[in-house]
Design a protein around this ligand. Structure first.
Ligand SMILES: [Zn+2]
Length: 203
């Protein structure tokens, strides 16, 4: 039915200009043009790289949605960093790592701990006697699991790292930062931080 008026119009006028005009309007009349316009921006967005504050320092990690964190973190890291989870004692990475270098946040890439401040506490999680510099982490009172503990979070992204315990009298600060290795990315001394973070995200 739709083609009939068009054929009639073409026959009546016989003019190429009118034919061109009708042809151009036809897709829009069927909605194809509108649809294409609506889909273009969203499909372009889907194809784009997810916002990753570890790879782009201009991204404010505090603005990431839960879905965006899920898209860039492994399930284990998401559980620890974004759901305040705890890796099982003795199972996380870096427990025995004695290399020189720095430990960065697996969520946002911020430098959190220096290998020089790491010590063997025997607790089953990587332990440090202090953060790399004041302000790298924030502390929060945690009353979950029927305990009162001091929770540590990454100051840049708010990701959960672990807890601080004042039970390391043989260490310079007397404190043990008990950190989930899952929440960390180790950058060996002399290595390019951005390269290490990029390579880690491709794992
Ligand atoms: Zn972070």
């Amino acid at each position: 039915m739709r083609s009939f008026p068009r054929a009639l119009l073409v026959t009546l006028t016989g003019a190429l200009a009118v034919l061109a005009c009708v042809d151009a309007r036809e897709p829009a009349g069927e909605g194809r043009g509108d649809k294409a316009e609506q889909q273009a921006p969203s499909s372009a967005k889907d194809d784009a790289m997810p916002r990753d504050p570890a790879l782009d320092p201009t991204i404010d990690p505090m603005t990431l949605t839960d879905a965006e964190w899920k898209a860039i973190l492994t399930p284990e890291r998401y559980h620890v960093l974004r759901q305040a989870g705890t890796e099982r004692a003795g199972t996380g990475p870096y427990l025995e790592n004695e290399e020189k270098g720095a430990y960065h946040c697996a969520g946002c890439g911020q430098k959190l701990y220096d290998a020089d401040h790491k010590f063997h506490s025997g607790c089953g999680w990587p332990s440090f006697f202090k953060e790399v510099e004041p302000g790298a982490i924030t502390t929060h009172r945690d009353t979950s699991h029927f305990m009162v503990r001091e929770e540590m979070r990454c100051a840049r992204c708010g990701g959960h790292l672990g807890h601080i315990f004042a039970d390391a009298p043989d260490q310079p600060t007397g404190n043990r930062h008990c950190v989930n290795g899952t929440a960390l990315i180790f950058v060996p001394e002399g290595a390019d931080v951005n390269e290490v973070l990029r390579a880690d995200r491709k794992k």
